[in-house]
Design a protein around this ligand. Structure first.
Ligand code: TXA
Ligand code: MG
Length: 338
């Protein structure tokens, strides 16, 4: 199959919407990461997403809508969900709600709940409006690869597998949306993102964070979200994340770097001078910059053929929880406090 990678414009948006109506798969930008979309109500179309991504069939998809009126008949919208939609939609918050019969089981991997989100990227919104369908869309990477934050990343993973990629530039947030379970008494964050548990609590009165967010699942433990079961956000290189003061982190990383053969460093901008002439990649200075840059840097470091990544992290709390959740998984939870 030929894969067109085209700038998102009036005419290409129209073509993409038509492809979606025909049951095809199209990649498009959102403010978080690029998505791989198809009609959420069309079983065959949804199966084509799983095939293109090589995604295990037990990992459910997020259903994207242009506005909340499109949720009618798909799920039960609770009062708390309404409040959270008022506060954070369109935006990087995905909510788990009870699904209805109308959504095919393949979209939610047979689960009784559905994940729903209204993205705020203008290209995503225009596409959703034009096709008039709820669009199931996971991140547009091949399963196990870092999520794509540019159209070029999508092309690398999806060339020959899908007919069209809409190019809308680099994603602003850079890590996937917050996934919050609203089917229980108190909202519970299963995957941290740009909307924090504190942000949700300020609107909903309270919010928990699943404790598996910063640790590996124990053997036989049920994953609160199926996606957490699978290997994720993985660079090809081995990775260790160091947390502490710039000085302490730089000392630990330099020692390890000098003993290794083929290492590269991923450091905060302000700390870069501490690494001398060693090979350093810039992760920005704030957790938000880190989130925006992380997946791109992991791809670049793999391309540079580095076998070991020594990364500087942040304390995993508040706004830093999103980027640290991804860094911890990329490092297979090899975290060192110095
Ligand atoms: O920012 C995002 O959320 C991006 C853009 C494209 O919207 N999408 C995304 O989708 O990250 P994906 O499929 O890569 O991640 C969805 C996560 C997975 O971990 C999945 O297991 C979980 O949400 N999920 C989806 N539906 C669920 C459900 N019914 N119950 C529990 N977890 C669910
Ligand atoms: Mg994903």
């Amino acid at each position: 199959m030929e894969t067109l990678c085209v700038p998102a414009q009036e005419q290409t948006l129209r073509q993409a919407a038509e492809l979606l109506r025909q049951g095809q798969v199209v990649a498009f930008p959102t403010e978080t990461v690029y998505g791989l979309g198809a009609n959420a109500l069309d079983e065959a179309a949804v199966r084509a997403i799983f095939a293109a991504k090589e995604r295990p069939a037990d990992n459910p998809l997020i259903v994207h809508v242009a506005d909340r009126s499109q949720l009618k008949g798909l799920c039960e919208v609770t009062e708390t969900a309404e409040k959270l939609m008022d506060a954070f939609w369109p935006g990087p918050l995905t909510m788990l709600l009870k699904k209805t019969e109308r959504l095919p089981a393949v979209t939610t991997a047979g689960l009784p709940s559905v994940a729903v989100r209204c993205p705020r990227h203008p290209v995503a919104l225009a596409l959703l409006r034009q096709c008039g369908l709820p669009i199931a869309a996971p991140s547009a990477n091949r399963s196990g690869r870092p999520s794509p934050t540019t159209a070029q990343h999508v092309y690398e993973d999806m060339v020959g597998r899908i007919p069209m990629i809409l190019d809308g530039g680099s994603c602003q947030v850079g890590v996937e949306s917050t996934v919050a379970d609203l089917t229980g008494e108190i909202p519970c964050v299963l995957r941290p993102g740009a909307v924090t548990a504190e942000d949700i609590a300020a609107v909903a009165g309270a919010c928990r964070v699943a404790d598996s967010v910063m640790r590996p699942l124990k053997e036989g433990e049920a994953a609160p979200s199926p996606g957490m079961r699978h290997r994720h956000y993985a660079p090809k290189a081995k990775m260790t994340v160091y947390i502490g003061s710039d000085q302490a982190v730089a000392k630990a990383i330099c020692n390890r770097y000098d003993e290794a053969e083929n290492a590269a460093i991923l450091a905060h901008t302000s700390a870069i001078p501490l690494f001398g002439s060693r090979r350093v990649f810039d992760l920005g200075d704030t957790p938000e910059e880190g989130a925006r840059l992380l997946f791109q840097r992991l791809r670049e470091m793999d391309e540079a053929g580095r076998g070991l990544i020594l990364a500087q992290g942040w304390k995993p709390e508040g706004k830093a929880l999103a980027v640290m959740n991804r860094m911890a998984r990329a490092a297979a939870f090899d975290l060192v406090q110095v």
